[in-house]
Design a binder for this molecule. Sequence first.
Ligand SMILES: [Zn+2]
Length: 297
Amino acid sequence: MTHRATAQRYVGRFAPSPTGPLHAGSLLAAVASWLDAAHQGGDWLLRIEDIDSARSRDQWRESFEPDLARFGLRPSREPVLQSQRLSIYEQAINQLCASNLLFRCACTRRELSAEGEPCCLRDCRKQDLDPRASALRVDLTSLAAMTTEDRSLGLISFDPAVHRDVVVRRRDGIISYQLAVVIDDALQGVTDVVRGADLLPSTAWQLALQQALGLPRVNYLHLPVITEADGSKLAKSRRAAPVSTSDVLPALIKTLRWLRQDLSSPETTQPDELLRRAALSWDPTRFAGLSAIAIED
Ligand SMILES: [Zn+2]
């Protein structure tokens, strides 16, 4: 169980990847993380996770801040771009190297996905592999087992016997999502991560990397994922469909309804006013334990 230090100021964040526009699922994460921060009088940061340069687009990179502002969601500080922080991630890799935790892995993505296995499949660590044709992994087997309590979904555990290692730099040279997230959360002073339950499997690796790098723990609140009415995974066309930024109130109300929040206060036409009221009455226990919400239509 993690306990909030009383003197620690709440810092939350929303961290979209610029691979497409703001959609219903990302708006849900943006609204919930903003409300959680506002309810606790904390800061809310915007971080653009554009580390995968091949998939990131300027069009989306530049769209998040103005689009979120139309919904009344404004970050407390200047947004951060991961693509401008590569030297910081390299420093962390040097630290892991100095701790003798790194090894090269030549397992291909095809081999790994065929096994459903994100860990190294062979004895790559015992071989002298070509750095240009191998990924860099952190050996996590020396870490002790660890747990944390998600504020909605309960226990998250990291077992080094299961999660043996994790990629920090891919074969193509790109810094891994897991490493960048852990470093940025720590350096930005993030205390609370509010995000979709689709990222729950990443949390074990992030806990381990925090430990391997001696970084502070954060509190987690994983939000239900939106599904089709029959509970199946949301169709890709609907998942990626942009939210309208011209008529924002219906999307905000729908999002608050998905999060089971109190909508009984008098109607308003102002997004800022709606959010202010929703922040006052914000209650994540209303969706506690819920990993999915089926859309109504
Ligand atoms: Zn391997």
